[in-house]
Design a protein around this ligand. Structure first.
Ligand SMILES: CC[C@H](C)[C@H](NC(=O)[C@H](C)NC(=O)[C@@H](CCSC)NC[C@@H](N)Cc1ccccc1)C(=O)O
Length: 328
């Protein structure tokens, strides 16, 4: 039974968290994404302009790569970005955890936001395999393929503000969080690591409810996108907070006092998101106006991204479909 651990390194400003994987002998620095289920890479089939600045996987240099005849993929993401291309299989090793025949999706087209993000050379999808976009036959995620050979059927995300953390497969390192993990049931219907999140509390204020609230844990989303009721209640406690359409969300004075936000996870655990982490980044050169890490989303499905992960160590249990959290 194996385990694997890789460093999770934040891009400047904690925009994304990147980690190295080995595909057929080639190291690729990738964006680990618990909000999708395709492993796709920048590669030598892409137009030269798209390859520029990236590490490009070269299937012809891998002795273990096999093309998957007739297979293709095409994926779209909530921010409007996407990728598409063909598919093969190869040996993937992530920090010591190995899968010998992992579907590797070779992009032949990627949207500009991915081309511009030269530190990321593709995504490692870690949501449920039912979301995988390969046709005619959907493929399994690395975690799904690795699960049976891992010491425990789990992977964990230990993401830090402006510091190196870790992704671990097959073990839970209890030295990386305070106290014990609180576990919640995952609703796998939509293919996400989805749980009920119906209560919230701003600072020491009254507990409030989001009727029927649901959320997903998405390591590939930078911010925390919550119900408007949560966002309005939160920023009503922040002097100078305004909904700034030009920058596309709520901003506030960078020296504002930001309360902690508590959100319930599965009905029996209130996850504390540190107020400091909700000060995401300045929007002006003088650093006087800052952009909120908590923003509103109109869909019923809230997306708890890296802003939450910076306060919470998260364990994803594929054995019993539960999600564990503890402060770190
Ligand atoms: C518009 C597309 C919708 C959202 C839907 N797609 C999804 O839900 C996909 C699997 N997941 C995503 O679009 C989002 C979760 C949306 S919750 C509905 N997670 C993956 C995202 N963090 C990947 C990413 C990483 C870095 C830069 C940009 C994007 C679909 O295909 O129908």
């Amino acid at each position: 039974a194996s385990t694997g651990t890789v460093a999770a390194t934040p891009e400047t400003g904690d925009v994304e968290y990147l980690a190295p994987i080995n595909i057929g002998g080639q190291t690729m620095v990738m964006d680990f994404d618990s909000g999708s289920s395709d492993l796709w890479v920048f590669n030598t089939q892409l137009a030269a302009a798209s390859q520029t600045g990236h590490t490009n996987f070269d299937p012809s240099k891998s002795t273990t790569f096999k093309l998957m005849q007739g297979a293709s993929f095409s994926i779209s993401y909530g921010d409007g970005s996407g990728a598409a291309g063909n598919v093969g299989t190869d040996t993937v090793n992530i920090g010591g955890a190995t899968v010998t025949s992992q579907a590797i999706e070779l992009a032949t087209a990627v949207s500009s936001s991915f081309v511009q993000d030269t530190q990321s050379n593709g995504l490692v999808g870690l949501a449920y395999s039912k979301l995988n976009t390969v046709k005619p036959t959907a493929q399994k995620t690395f975690f799904d393929n690795a699960k049976s050979s891992l010491a425990e059927p789990v992977f964990t995300a230990d993401l830090r503000h402006n510091a190196v953390g870790a992704y671990t497969f097959g073990a839970i390192d209890s030295t990386k969080f305070n106290g014990s993990l609180s576990w919640a049931a995952v609703n796998t219907t939509n293919g996400f690591w989805q749980f009920s999140s119906t209560k919230f509390q701003v600072g020491t204020g009254a507990a409030m409810t989001v009727a029927g609230g649901q959320a997903i844990a998405d390591t590939g989303t930078t911010l925390m996108l919550a119900n408007a009721a949560v966002v309005n209640a939160y920023y009503s406690q922040v002097t100078g907070a305004v909904n700034n359409q030009t920058v596309g969300g709520v901003t506030f004075p960078c020296n504002a006092q930001l309360p902690d936000l508590q959100v319930d996870v599965g009905g029996n655990y209130m996850a504390v998101v540190r107020g400091d982490d909700i000060n995401f980044a300045p929007v002006d050169n003088a650093g006087t106006t800052c952009f909120g890490g908590l923003q509103a989303i109109s869909s019923d499905l809230q997306i708890y991204g890296d802003i939450m992960f910076k306060s919470q160590f998260v364990a994803f249990n594929g054995g019993n479909n539960t999600i564990g959290m503890a402060p770190h």
